[in-house]
Design a protein around this ligand. Sequence first.
Ligand code: UGA
Length: 443
Amino acid sequence: MKVTVFGTGYVGLVQGAVLADIGHQVLCVDVDESKVAALQAGRIPIHEPGLDTLVIHNQRLGRLQFTTNAADGVAHSELIFLAVGTPPDEDGSADLQYVLAVAKTIAQHMNGPRIVINKSTVPVGTADTVAAVMAQGLAERGVQHRFDVVSNPEFLKEGAAVADCQRPDRIIIGTDNPASEAKLRELYAPFNRNHDKIVVMDVKSAELTKYAANAMLATKISFMNEIANLAERLGADVEAVRRGIGSDPRIGYHFIYPGAGYGGSCFPKDVKALIHTAKQVDFEPLLLNAVEERNQAQRNVLFERISAFYQGKLRGKTVAVWGLAFKPNTDDMREAPSRNLMEALWAAGATVQAYDPVAMQEAQRIYGERPDLKLVESPLAAVQGAECLAIVTEWQIFRAPDFELLAQTLSDRVIFDGRNLFDPALPASHGLGYVSIGRPAIE
Ligand code: UGA
């Protein structure tokens, strides 16, 4: 089948490459000329395991192409995916300008029936807005073409995006139109062989499903962070509690890891947007408010621990930071807890020596040159000359450090661990202080 994808960000690029890989003819459209030029030359703008090989392979076979020409994109296929960004507005609502701009473009160029499939995370009711914009665009041209707007939210995780997209848990199709449903079933058939993953529902429920999934996961994390704070004050160990409750299949082991707060481009944005949506229909989302508030507070916890250790006297200290990306296997630093930590350290007069396996360039791009940030090329270089170490992202490479060497190198012999990577006895056996999340501190 022929497929057009508008937007070559995480969602669009991965979706386009994965659809091309099963044999569809995919044309990806983006307004960003330099990005399209890079993609045409086989350079992938994001770090995502397996994506570069997939893109290059399918490009060579001619099944995956990139263009800035929107008219070509609209002409290419009856099936048009919308996978453009929906960044948060200042009030937390999703900014739909890119989605609606593409809707307008499609209406300007379409010369036959089209099915517009929305993959971007958009507030409930957006499919109707997209349809209205398209209807208006067609009316302005004085032409009539059949079209349908379907909600087909994406559930991929950064760092595992390709695998998630190739083996989805579920494929949500939000439409009341049997013809659109049939087309999407055909498109997704190769992903639906072993057992039926397709769940068909009305458009609004599909739109809400996306937010509900992310908000539920964010709730699990904030809940666990709340328990961690409580455990710490009660002298309990949240890691024991985690294992204790995770064994109940109704709770499960996933997404109950306490830490430095959730980050990334999705949870913070989507929880805020859902709160905004609730308020618009005069509903006060008490639970979502609390999830968001707990997360805001949690992102400061690591700094608070460091500041308490130094009794607020951080001026002139050098803090080693391991991990800048919001989670492992990505270079994405959007809403990363590392940023809260570093910015608070800088405000308190400390210097940061940071290392991340892939997010160094991103950190450089965000913060530029500044005297209180040294981006270094290894975990060991980060601790050289530092008083203490803060671990913010649970990259594999940080999981088995040479504690003896750390004890010799860090002048204040203390680790602040925002991810609970170690059995506290281990650093302690090398004479290192160890302050983690939701467990008794060893200082
Ligand atoms: C999330 C969802 O997991 C995907 O299902 C969804 O498709 C995606 O958002 C999206 O809406 O596009 P992602 O933001 O890539 O994916 O990352 P996650 O792996 O979910 O992690 C989010 C944050 O939660 C990270 O900062 C992570 O460190 C934190 N987290 C996760 C915890 O603090 N504890 C946990 O137990 C799990």
